[in-house]
Design a binder for this molecule. Structure first.
Ligand code: F6R
Length: 608
């Protein structure tokens, strides 16, 4: 959500800013802009729509001269997407320019105060308040000025700032919105995320809340909110630039679907040693684990769906009661968090505002938090008591695929580990599960080999109006994810229902030709779900079934069947989700939608 890039060095800034913003497109945006300092003036160019418009306006950046600049892609919150509302914003004299990711919650109060002092506003944004506030408090010392502004604004922000009076400096500050600093040779960068700068450097600093950064082309200095200089440790980004490029695939989403076998292997293998699950990063003792009385899994969107699945596995394998909550609900519902509770926060980005708030709510009540996070060094990773990284690598497509799959595998590992420690998993079952866990990547690969079958079916349904997904138990949990994948990228209305719940209202929506996708991978529930299939087919539904290869369904039972390899009953969702992802993907392609950047969505939801 909103992307920030900043550059200071010997090269022309604008092309580098545009390149960086392109790498951040996945975050979602509806307008974009650049501010480049040419040694005399700060020149600003902004455009509504895709980055291509900004490229055309600036001749690929060549029209904007100067070696210091800031760039921004805006996902509208306060004020409609428009040239005026897009960033950078500036003070009246155009001596200060600022880009912002986040929300200034007290902006109305600040705006009123500034208007009384004679300031004039031209946009509807909360960010313009920051530009004028910087002007109001400016005392010739940017770090002191930024600190003053920081003490006045409430909410979340990552800011990139240039001051005309300081032509050889670039400034940044953050609170609750992501920001990193990249360190190059005679050039330095700021960015919302690593892919924006990876072409230039692997050396990064992760900025903590309320830290101010002053960059020149040679140095980077950090200050706390009391304007005291602080030391920080540099990190090296281990993954490769190719991980953030399409590498010949038509879309990032397809590439990421295909990366799932590797992502699963990378997440599972390092945690299996000598036939045992070892989760080195957990600081919990066996005693701590035995004392867990209840687990809350808290997350948003697909990460929440992974949590719904995890509940079945943890309750089954470790016999610990699990409650799964949407982070946006958990944070405000005053949950009962008693001693012996563990809160698990699942997040790909580690920057989702509601998930961060849920984490802080739990911690403020003295509850231990375990984060299952993909982005190294993200806020959730840093603030959790324990972090289990999912090693999916960078995920660029807005619709998650490989990160979701690795979240499932992390939950399996945890469930089995807890089950072993608590003695609730029989030895034989533990080894059977372990064997199947290690085979999951290959089985996912097998399903990918059958993609034409799903593509063929998807092409028939590009015109669908409503699609229902049904299943029981974990098949219901994966149906939630299948339904979200389809609707978010193809804009076809879709719902997932626990199959047994259909009769209680939803079945009245079934008409002649309505597509119902039924997931039936749990042997104990085959018959029950087949009865539900019969019910919808009798009312005219066309049924696509996803089931295990040993559960042969005849034409009388389902209209079209996708068979997946057999695995342990707890892991079937990891296989069933693959055809559902491919189905969503191919329907979206068939409808000509922007698969990787669906409308109105952002990859990282950093505002509430
Ligand atoms: C859907 C999707 C979203 C995210 C959700 C949480 O495909 O990607 O529903 O799962 O926004 O994001 P993270 O995992 O970054 O907290």
């Amino acid at each position: 959500m909103c992307g920030i890039v900043g550059y200071i060095g010997n090269q022309e800034a604008a092309p580098i800013l545009l390149d960086g913003l392109t790498k951040l497109e996945y975050r979602g945006y509806d307008s974009a802009g650049l501010a480049v300092f040419d040694g005399e003036n700060i020149n600003i160019v902004k455009a509504k729509g895709r980055l291509q418009v900004l490229r055309e306006l600036t001749g690929d950046g060549k029209a904007l001269k100067g070696c210091i600049g800031i760039g921004h892609t805006r996902w509208a919150t306060h004020g409609a997407p428009s040239v005026t509302n897009s960033h950078p914003h500036h003070n009246a004299k155009e001596t200060i320019a600022v880009v912002h990711n986040g929300i200034i919650e007290n902006y109305m109060k600040l705006k009123e105060k500034l208007i009384k002092k004679g300031y004039t506003f031209i946009s509807e944004t909360d960010t313009e308040v920051v530009a004028h506030l910087l002007d109001y408090y400016y005392n010739g010392n940017p770090v002191e000025t930024i600190a003053k502004v920081m003490h006045r604004v409430e909410g979340s922000y990552a800011l990139g700032i240039i001051f005309k009076d300081h032509p050889d400096k670039l400034y940044a500050v953050r609170k609750d919105s992501p920001l990193i600093v990249g360190v190059g040779e005679h050039e330095n960068f700021i960015a919302s995320d690593v892919p924006a700068i990876l072409k230039y450097t692997r050396n990064v600093y992760f900025i903590e809340n309320e830290e101010i950064v002053e960059l020149s082309k040679k140095d980077v200095h950090f200050y706390n909110s009391d304007v005291e200089e602080i030391e920080k440790e540099m990190s090296e980004v281990k993954w490769d630039i190719s991980a953030a490029e399409k590498s010949g695939y038509e879309h990032f989403m397809l590439k990421e679907i295909y990366e799932q076998p590797k992502a699963l292997r990378d997440t599972i293998s390092p945690r299996v040693k000598n036939g045992e699950i070892v989760i080195d990063e957990l600081t919990m003792t066996e005693e701590d684990i035995k004392n867990i009385k209840k687990i809350f899994i808290v997350a948003c969107g697909s990460a929440y769906h992974a949590g719904v699945n995890g509940k079945y596995v943890i309750e089954g394998a470790a016999r610990i009661p699990v409650e799964v909550d949407l982070a946006s609900e958990f944070r405000y519902r005053n949950p009962i968090l008693e001693e012996g509770t563990l809160v698990i926060i699942i997040s790909q980005s580690g920057e989702t505002a509601d998930s961060i708030a849920a984490l802080r709510e739990a911690k403020s009540r003295g509850i231990k938090v375990l984060g299952i996070v993909n982005v190294v060094g993200s806020t959730i990773a840093r603030e959790s008591d324990n972090v289990m990284y999912t090693w999916a690598g960078p995920e660029i497509a807005v619709a998650t695929t490989k990160a979701y799959s690795t979240q499932l595998s992390a939950l399996y590992l945890l469930a089995m580990y807890f089950g072993k420690v608590k003695g609730t998993l029989a030895k034989e079952e533990y080894s059977d599960m372990l064997k199947e866990l290690m085979l999951l990547p290959d089985k996912v690969q097998t399903i990918l080999g059958d993609k034409e079958n799903i593509q063929f079916f998807a092409n028939r349904y590009v015109g669908a109006k409503d699609v229902f997904f049904i299943g029981r138990g974990q098949d219901y949990a994966v149906s939630l994810e299948g339904s979200l994948k389809l609707k978010e990228i193809s804009y076809i209305h879709s719902e997932a229902y626990a199959a047994g719940e259909l009769k209680h209202g939803t079945i009245s929506l079934i008409e002649e030709g309505t597509l119902v996708t039924a997931v039936l991978t749990n042997e104990e529930l085959y018959k029950k779900t087949i009865s539900n299939i019969v019910e919808v087919r009798t009312r005219g539904a066309f049924v696509l079934a996803v089931t295990n290869e040993d559960n042969i369904l005849d034409k009388e039972t389902a209209d079209y069947v996708i068979y997946i390899p057999k695995t342990h009953k707890y892991f079937t969702s990891s296989l069933a989700v693959v055809p559902l992802q491919l189905f969503g993907y191919y329907v979206s392609v068939g409808r000509g939608c922007d698969v990787d950047k669906p409308r109105n969505l952002a990859k990282s939801v950093t505002v509430e």
